[in-house]
Design a protein around this ligand. Structure first.
Ligand code: NAP
Length: 291
């Protein structure tokens, strides 16, 4: 079994980006600038946004965190987005999800200028991705593709089962794996909560990408020998023995599944760190596009 080490790989990617940034600086060029908008005090969102901002600082990007109160109106948030869209110093920005219930998420995502949409959530960018055009690819699926590429995992003609059809992970993942290319060229089955007898698909799969958010859902009896297992799930499971009061748990029963798999991502240290690295990669692309 080979561990797909997202921590190590993401550090390599960050070093590569940092080298490019220092070359830009030595040529007297403006460095990439990422902004993040966070509304409210959701614990996981604070952690994610904090790591994104720290990663920017480490590789030499400019970063701006706009932290708005939970009670912020939709109108105020849309005004903020408008300002970011029109600020020539901002190359890209993200609006951390989930948003408070009184704010229409779709309206907000639609308001982001597609040229600054480094999360790749705008329909324009999603459409371009589906049409094989160069664009911002959503960071989590992009990170998985990069991990498969750097570890030279063969995806050509392989049966890939994706579990979960969310707009940010499962659905784009299924598109990317079925695109022409390497990695890609896979035969894809997209499964979800209405899929019947899901194990009949996972047992046939050469590659399983699990993104449902149910701890230890994928067990060893659900996969075939030498399958490639990608675990996207991140769930905080309460644990009084842990100083934080919880442990981060993936969708895969790692200890048992690793004995049968050919490649597997750990949680934490697998897909999670890759997501941040690819957000930075998208920001670098945005900077290059803005000239
Ligand atoms: P989501 O929007 O809640 O979507 C979950 C998907 O899983 C849905 O399509 C749902 O089906 C499906 N599902 C739920 N229960 C199922 C079951 N028992 N059998 C089969 N399918 C089932 O979640 P998400 O945003 O995609 O995130 C999924 C997980 O990945 C979460 O744990 C999240 O924290 C994690 N995540 C990690 C990263 C990272 O960087 N590593 C990034 C994003 C998300 P329906 O469509 O039918 O409801």
């Amino acid at each position: 079994m080979i561990l797909l080490d997202g921590k190590k790989t993401s550090n390599q990617i960050k070093e590569e980006i940092a080298d490019k940034v220092s070359q830009m600086k030595s040529r007297g060029e403006r460095t990439p600038h990422l902004a993040a908008v966070l509304v409210g005090q959701d614990g996981a969102s604070l952690t994610y946004v904090g790591s994104k901002v720290r990663s920017c600082e480490r590789i030499g990007f400019e970063s701006t965190l706009i932290h708005l109160d939970e009670a912020t109106s939709e109108e105020t948030l849309l005004d903020q987005i408008d300002q970011l869209n029109n600020d020539p110093n901002i190359d890209g920005f993200i609006v951390q999800l989930p948003l408070p219930k009184h704010i229409n998420e779709e309206k907000v995502l639609m308001a982001v200028d597609p040229d600054k949409d480094v999360d790749g959530f705008h329909p324009t960018n999603f459409g371009k991705m589906a049409l094989d055009m160069e664009t911002f690819i959503p960071a989590t699926p992009y990170g998985i593709m990069e991990l498969l590429k750097r570890y030279e995992v063969d995806t050509q003609g392989k049966h890939t089962v994706v579990i979960g059809r969310s707009h940010i992970v499962g659905r784009p993942m299924s598109i990317l794996m079925s695109r022409k290319g390497n990695p890609g060229n896979a035969t894809v089955t997209l499964t979800h909560s209405r899929t019947q007898n899901i194990e009949q698909y996972t047992r046939e799969a050469d590659i399983v990408i699990s993104a449902l958010g149910v701890p230890n859902f994928l067990t060893a009896d659900m996969i075939k020998k030498d399958a490639v297992i990608i675990d996207v799930g991140i769930t905080r499971v309460p644990d009084t023995n842990h100083p934080k009061g919880y442990v981060i748990t993936g969708d895969v029963d790692f200890e048992a599944v690793k004995e049968k798999a050919s490649y597997i991502t750990p949680v934490p240290g697998g897909v999670g760190p890759m997501t941040i690295a690819m957000l930075l990669q998208n920001t670098l692309l945005a900077r290059k596009r803005h000239g």
